[in-house]
Write a protein that binds this ligand. Structure first.
Ligand code: PMP
Length: 289
């Protein structure tokens, strides 16, 4: 699904075939989860292939590397140029791009000098599909910001996301919604969360969530459409009086939510602010509008 024998990846300065990648089983990322990554999308627009908000994504990769004491030797603009070349090498137009920075051999809990930079790309449909989601309020909480850098995309953080997703799916839901360490709503396993209430959008503030680049785009679009967004902490109970809700993220884009636990949102998705934002988001990424 992600590659075939002809797939090219970028690895430490070279374009190579996937099967040629030398990965040591003693790499620190595999044992302890210290590594950083990004999730980026490219779109086939009328102006040619465009990587959406490439600079923001590679700047976040730099931030993630920095806080994790990883020395990333490529600049954001170099990584952007490499990504365009990678898409070309694989003849990809609408694609998901996955830069991964993983470390070399080290079985101690100390920093490691060997830093490997890999970029992969493949065609990937919308991560959460196109249908409205039935969401489960997770029994797992997002990591405490005092235990890690929640705004960094660190490999190990995603064990929390996998646990929450697995729990939700095993109970018949499409996706999970997690609270923060104080029981306030935080985000999904791989997407930010918004509710609509009385004509206004409400979303958790930064602090206990990933600062999503799609979340930021939703803010920009809402402003253009003259909708207000309130950033405030709210409890699960407050969801149960909301009119509508959606998730947003690079992989998922903007996707509506039908229900959280047994609560069905009363507003039809087509009539929600989220649906307007979803339409405009699609036009922004695919037509540069
Ligand atoms: N929260 C989490 C935990 C995520 O993994 C993601 C995906 N990167 C997001 C939110 C959305 O972020 P973005 O819009 O930058 O893709």
């Amino acid at each position: 699904m992600y590659y075939n024998e002809n797939t090219t990846i970028f690895f430490n300065g070279k374009f190579i075939k996937v099967k040629e990648i030398p990965v040591s089983i003693f790499n620190q990322t595999m044992h302890y989860g210290i590594g950083v990554f990004e999730g980026i999308r490219a779109y086939d627009t009328p102006k040619g292939v465009q990587i959406f908000k490439a600079r923001e994504h590679f700047d976040r990769l730099h931030y993630s590397a920095k806080v994790m004491h990883i020395n990333l030797s490529y600049s954001s603009s170099e990584l952007e140029q490499i990504s365009y070349k990678l898409l070309e090498a694989n003849n990809l137009k609408d694609a998901y791009i996955r830069p991964l920075v993983y470390l070399g051999e080290n079985m101690s809990l100390t920093p490691t000098d060997e830093v490997n930079v890999v970029i992969m790309a493949w065609e990937w449909g919308k991560y959460l599909g196109d249908k409205l989601l039935n969401v489960m309020l997770s029994s797992f909480q997002r990591p405490n910001p005092k235990s890690c850098f929640v705004e960094a995309k660190v490999v190990g953080h995603y064990t929390n996301s996998i646990l929450a997703t697995t729990e939700a799916k095993s109970k018949g839901f499409d996706e999970a919604l997690l609270t923060d360490m104080n029981g306030f709503i935080a985000e999904g396993p791989g997407a930010n969360f918004f509710i609509e209430k009385n004509g206004k959008l409400v979303t958790p503030p930064l602090g206990n969530i990933l600062a999503g680049i799609t979340r930021q785009t939703v803010f920009e679009i809402a402003k253009e459409l003259h909708f207000e967004i309130e950033e405030s902490l709210f409890t699960p109970e407050e969801i149960y009086t909301a009119d509508s809700a959606f998730f947003c993220g690079t992989a998922a884009e903007v996707i509506g939510i039908a229900s959280v636990n047994e609560y069905q949102f009363p507003l039809k998705w087509e009539d929600s602010i989220g649906a307007l934002i979803q339409k405009k988001y699609k036009r922004r990424v695919a037509f540069n509008e």
